[in-house]
Design a protein around this ligand. Sequence first.
Ligand code: SIN
Length: 530
Amino acid sequence: MNFDVLIIGAGLAGLATALRFPENIKIALIAKQTLDISASHWAQGGVAGVIDNNDRFELHEQDTISAGAGLCNEQVVRHVIKNSKDSIQWLIDQGVEFTKSNDNQSLHLTKEGGHSLHRIAHVKDFTGKAIQEALIKEIKIKKNITIFENHSAVDLILLRKIDPKSKENACLGAYILDKNNDSIKTLSAKYTVLATGGTSKAYLYTTNPPVSTGDGVAMAWRAGCKISNMEFIQFHPTCLFHPMERSFLISETIRGEGGILKLPNGEPFMHKYHPSGDLAPRDIVARAIDNEMKQRGLENVFLDISMLDENFIQKRFPSIYQHCKNLKIDITKEPIPVVPAAHYSCGGVKTDLNAETSLHNLYAIGETACTGLHGANRLASNSLLECLVFSKSAVEHIYSKIPEQSDHSPLPDWDESRVTNPDEAVMILQTWNELRRFMWNYVGIVRTNQRLNRAYERIEILKKEVQHFYKNFHITSDLIELRNLLQVSELIVLSALARKESRGLHFSKDYPEKNDEAIDTMLQLDNEIN
Ligand code: SIN
């Protein structure tokens, strides 16, 4: 169980990182469930990039920075966008077949909110699935990659815990729960990469799969890493509203191709909120829908694409068409009922241009990280791009350092000598439901100090209860996830309370204006807030 690199998470960030290493590097790849379950797999929109001859780096940069509301790191934005075309080419080289334009010569590029041009490469409306399937095929034939499916990371192993006299701290690997037989493995690694995705399962309504429980951010926080901008949770404006299907995304590319948001009486409303109407930045569209729903007492609004040609809709959006059809909604003939839902965490573990965190030998990539690309609001389809660019940067950095790094002496195994089997599993379910409901109601699209403080008090009580469970009972994957969700929820609330303004995705009724100066929120254990 000694590896050069341990990669925790098997979405695009994890798979791209694993594949980019040369085959002399011994890699462990951890997937919480099977390799085909990740938020990347569910991504519909695409990968943004400067490909079209009419497009320019500066235009994509401007769109990214303007969505980010003053908090993008411009050096990072330039780095990512400069590498966008190569990243898309890398996917093509791995076997991803992007949708072509009508002449079959070039890629078909689509548009989403906040983009000034068509620049999103996509595979119909199932880009993430197509990418993941191609990469999984490649991963499975790599001899240097050991895949651990149905394994959950419990915590990072820290030098300072093992050797309290050590002057420096560093990550030495992780304890990993093998869910196939409920045992805990000790994986030692010269370098560890967190690629565990986002935190949206902290909310009642989300477009994310069940695995998005903020594990990487929570582990990094406990290890003492800097965590940044957690208050910026992106709510996607259009999640399908249906009693049988709570988490199905209705891609923004539907609006990119002409779809219009409407009230139940058929009246469009987005032009009242922004000159770009239905293609306004996502925060504005989500707040507009929230406002219309609250003012009019609606359960949902509608997204109408039925005015477009039926064949075009079926060809361009085959999976949305089929999914809705299975639920007896014919999107070629009737509008789709939609609501906003938690979609993406812009904040995360603070990283630099090499994807390195503030802890030695620990990297974070993708939604787990806060690179500075997204600022206070992510531009659509910039996130798969970010995974691709930072996986390359991290691999180059790690590979250049590997020869200097010696193997660790054997690490202590997980101690389960003082725990018993849990007798109250119902408590975990109850706490989980309670947390997700009050995060939705108190820490959602529109926030107030009172709601945030109430959420904070509840989280502290629940954290104590769950900590008791964690210390006294055998670890289960539900318990790991709940503990992590409580931790990231606390970070979201603390960051939201620290921001005394409204900016990007964070809107507070108590501070509705934007401050003149844009400052990142930075948290580190010991409650240090900078
Ligand atoms: C979408 O297809 O609407 C989602 C794209 C994204 O979140 O980047």
